[in-house]
Design a protein around this ligand. Sequence first.
Ligand code: ADP
Ligand code: ASP
Ligand code: MG
Length: 435
Amino acid sequence: MKVLKFGGTSVGSPERIKKLLDIINPEERQIVVLSAVSGTTNSLLEISQAYLAADKSKAAELTAILKAKYDLFIKELFSSDEGLENGKNLIDYHFNLISSFANAHFTAIEEKIILAQGELISTTLYHFYLTEIGVKSKLLPALVFMKIDEDNEPVIDFISEHIQPLLDPETNLFITQGYICRNSFGEIDNLRRGGSDYTASLIGAAIRAEEVQIWTDIDGMHNNDPRIVKGTKPIARLSFDEAAELAYFGAKILHPQSVFPAQKFKVPVRLLNTMEPKASGTLITNDSERGKIKSIAAKDGITAIKIQSSRMLLAYGFLRRVFEIFERYKTPIDMITTSEVAVSVTIDDISNLAEIIKELNNFGTVEVDYNQTIVCVVGDFGADKHGFAARVLEALKHIPIRMISYGGSHFNISLLINDGDKVEALRSLHNRLFE
Ligand code: ADP
Ligand code: ASP
Ligand code: MG
């Protein structure tokens, strides 16, 4: 069985939704994961922010604007009175729910309920549309099986146990919501922005799917960020490790965590273009083309912290004590470099930075650099180590570099630079490494 995920633009208009049947073959047994219609999650976030700021009139205004979009959407999507009536009832139901929060004490719990409405709407609309045109499908409620634990980690066994019984043998085409889940308290939650990719990979792992296909608006993983660099090209094949590095370090085409479940259960992942279904896209498996630089990505909004301490000299256990502080504040570290008397680390979650710095001050002098970017060059550097790092550094010789990380694995070279140098760094690396 395959899992096919369609992102926001792929369901972004009634026309696009109707075209999905060019890709989905209703005769084949498969699970289709849908995102919210593009722009919807952003709008729901704005509505929630208005509620959080106790600005009820702004929330009402934004809700009315979004609802008006859906009122038009369903008019174009359905051609029968019955279909339109079903669509209208659905939209009214979800927007009445959103509006009802005007009378509630609004917290992060209510916010997550609002954020879940986009995927609940898109999947039900698609199911209604298929019903209208006589194609049989079944909705799988993600809130029944998609579960995260107290550390926000998905529970694959739970997902597997609870999705399998829903896959009745009489049905071929199953449709479910990306992004949304329940947390350890049983509340509605989500897998973070872009999380529908993660849903697809988790389902793929849970049912040991034959393949996971991520259908989006571009023909696969490109060798650099196409939003910044001209002339980027799709990469035919990537290993899970390479894809994970790229996703984690900023290649927006994939949710940062989405590779791991598929990798764990060796489910191939294909990145494909809805607008150009025949293009071969990118295939992600355990294999990789050896000895090649594959792609460049960048993640900004990074903070670097340097701890300088003479107590580090010839001491053991120093790094453990430093890392324990980050662990206690549940703050992941991305990059590390050390010298004999100092260690530099980077983080992207600075919500507990003040407390972390306070504790680090007990060890020595602490310096913090904000507005940093990690530029990450990914490929297979294992087979022939000669010259890769030199080519990367040569391309960046005119840009100040704050940290370099090489050798942690044989598929990644990461460099920390100022946010302001990101565009030039990506372009220069592209010219030197691929042109
Ligand atoms: P979807 O809504 O289908 O999930 P996303 O917007 O999340 O789509 O991801 C696709 C976008 O990712 C592309 O339109 C592209 O601009 C962006 N992107 C960033 N880096 C890369 C890359 N290395 N390769 C391909 N796309 C990338
Ligand atoms: N709708 C969610 C978002 O916009 C999830 C996704 O599209 O993957 O972040
Ligand atoms: Mg996405």
